[in-house]
Design a protein around this ligand. Sequence first.
Ligand SMILES: [Zn+2]
Length: 287
Amino acid sequence: MWVTPETFEKNIVWLKEKFEIIRLKDWVSTSTSTFKNKNYCCITFDDGWLDNYQYALPILVKHNIPITLFCVSEMIESGLDFWPGRLASYVRQSVGTGRWPECLDDWPWLNAVVSDDEAIKQRPLGQANMDKLIDGCKIYSDSDINQFLDIMFENERKDYVQPRRLLNTIEVREMIETGLVDIGSHTKYHTRLTTLRTDTQLTDEILGSKLSLEARFGVTVDLFCYPNGHWTRPAIEMVEQYYLGGCVLRSGWNYQGQSLGDLKRFNMHEDIANEKVEFFSRMSGFI
Ligand SMILES: [Zn+2]
């Protein structure tokens, strides 16, 4: 999901015509009576991508727009990508070297996902088939997939280093110092909370990520965002215990007085976001 810088700037201008753009933490922490007869909009970014700093930040500063940036606490200095990026990199390089799909024989866990799907075995795969492969891997837990990939990259003895795609500490600090960027938590390792088996694991991802980000950046982390939008009832209850609010991926508006552990949002991608009618149709819930 992405938009060009030009589209993003247009979106900001359009939003300002219809809404007052405020900090999400202000909306969730202010009493109902303060907000009356007005529509408010809060902007959030998930995952902590480097391009948020490179392209979005200058536009936010130019228009004085606050956002919440949901960071994955232990990925910030890891230099690693999320597993879908790592897997895609492996597959693309295997396709490039002519080893795809024969290399699947070396990796039974991946072979089980591909199964008899001949479309995924094609060279090149195409984005739709890559998405299908990544989706199929979700039968495994995130930590299992990362372990599979660690072994895969070690055994292959190839240089799979990609250009860094996630923000580092210095860049996040610079974003915070603009006074426009609030840091939220997106767990420690971008773990889908539905795959966790114990309360200890859940606490580690939900509370552990908050404590880690607060210690690293010296800010209060009040908001949470569920990886992949996947949540469970215990996860929401824990988020409501430790945070002011949590964001899901379900589309829709939020109203004062509603529960704050499952705040709805509208996803924006270039195909919808670059036309005004489609942009507002998405925000109206029509598309
Ligand atoms: Zn995410």
